[in-house]
Write a new protein. Structure first.
Ligand code: HEC
Length: 143
């Protein structure tokens, strides 16, 4: 149950994040938030499979993993322009610590690539690494 509990905890954090995040009107900030929403949606899909909320479906898991990996790979290019407004939760430290920020984005690329999408146990085992990669960046770079 350890992994399932973790997956559920991650889903709860995600849902809370989505419900309270205000939407920006600045185009650069909007692009970041849209990308993060894609990451959030696909992580939630994986979490639902890991937690047994949805019967295991290898093709759907693989699709969510691919979409998450794709979003992770676009973090650097999408966050590069520092447009901002009062709804953005991006800390200015991102652009003064750019290499570290990109390394954290890369951490998510690696965590999503490492997830074994072929079995429910694989997804469960991979959820901690995913959640850790989100948290690692959010703790430092998200308001
Ligand atoms: C490399 C850094 C980084 C990583 C990795 C990262 N995020 Fe984010 N995320 C951010 C930043 C910065 C923001 C705030 C963006 C803004 O409001 O301008 C954010 C915002 C969000 C939001 C709110 C978007 C909105 O509509 O306001 C969600 C949801 C989210 N992230 C989910 C995730 C999930 C799930 C993961 C892991 C699978 C993840 N993030 C990984 C940096 C990251």
């Amino acid at each position: 149950m350890k992994f399932a509990t973790k997956a559920i905890a991650i889903s709860v954090v995600l849902i809370a994040g989505m419900a309270f995040a205000g939407k920006s009107t600045d185009p650069d900030a909007m692009a970041r938030q849209t990308l993060m929403d894609t990451a959030g949606m696909n992580t939630k899909i994986l979490g639902d499979f890991a937690g047994g909320k949805v019967p295991f479906d290898a093709a759907a898991v693989e699709a969510a993993k691919a979409a998450l990996g794709d979003a992770a790979g676009k973090i650097a290019v999408t966050f590069k322009p520092q447009g901002t407004d009062d709804k953005s939760e991006a800390k200015p430290d991102i652009w003064t610590n750019w290499d570290d920020f990109v390394a954290k984005a890369d951490g998510l690329v690696k965590a999503s690539a490492a997830l074994d999408a072929s079995t429910v146990e694989g997804v469960q085992a991979g959820m901690g690494g995913l959640g850790g990669a989100c948290k690692d960046c959010h703790t430092k770079y998200r308001l």
